[in-house]
Design a protein around this ligand. Sequence first.
Ligand SMILES: Nc1ncnc2c1ncn2[C@@H]1O[C@H](COP(=O)(O)OP(=O)(O)OP(=O)(O)O)[C@@H](O)[C@H]1O
Length: 307
Amino acid sequence: MNGARGVVQPVRPAVENAVLDVRDLWMRYGTTDVLKGVDFTAQRGEVLALLGPNGAGKTTTIEILEGFRMRSAGEVRVLGADPARGDEAWRARLGVVLQSWRDHAKWRVRELLQHLGSYYRDYSTDRIRRPWDVDELIATVGLTAHAQKRAGSLSGGQRRRLDVAIGIVGRPELLFLDEPTAGFDPEARREFHDLVHRLSDDDDTTILLTTHDLDEAEKLADRILILAGGEIIANGSADELSRRMSTEAEVKWTRDGQRFVHSTVEATKFVHELFLQHGDAIGDLEVRRASLEDTYMALVRQFEVTK
Ligand SMILES: Nc1ncnc2c1ncn2[C@@H]1O[C@H](COP(=O)(O)OP(=O)(O)OP(=O)(O)O)[C@@H](O)[C@H]1O
């Protein structure tokens, strides 16, 4: 839909060996353009977090990449294929954890994973043994004590762990996680983060996740993509985005029993001068750098003002 903007845009050449290559992706529902020329790529083993306000089009983007939704226009390559024409062998290389999945209530955890895993056996290769050994997988997602329970009797967080196990049972090369830790307690969240690191570091799995938890995105993602107004308004590591916004750090200290707070973009220089001036009288020094949440809010607000 190049013409929709009234200008002809140069089309970026395809990126060699990219796991994901999205160019000028448009999606229209009725008369509303939800995606207006989205561009991004992902390499093997990269973890990408797709962030954006409610209704920004994150789920739509993921569904197009998974081949569940037909795009209006644009070039999309997922593991080298157009998802609109992906066959069974291509699908076996993807893993999907959707936002809510309430099927399989009568199945027992181990039985279900063994059954779903059997579909992947034909797609095993020398490099990637499919499916994942069922007991190892159950242990990996922390469900060993619940392996014989019916899916319908699991708690919300346990159910979500099962969703993750279903998503990775075929040892996917590319894994889509739509708000994966919604409903997780802090321990389950920590274990899940370890699992994501393991999948990307040890198995070279490429992961695209959506989350509204910016702390989680900062911990997990090599690269952050922010989707707003149908476009990618930021694409970089959390550090790169923070530098781009030159957001302020907060410096706190005490002197002579009094507490002080100062916001500055040059925290190191400020602290140096503080010690030159007051030396040993300074106590309880704390420097809080901008979090991804600060940067995200600044970027989205800036976008809304200039839109
Ligand atoms: N099948 C559909 N038909 C019409 N409009 C739709 C359809 N699916 C989504 N939309 C609209 O497209 C926009 C993007 O929705 P989408 O679910 O992709 O957003 P999101 O970024 O995933 O939101 P959230 O953070 O709330 O999950 C919304 O305005 C939504 O109402």
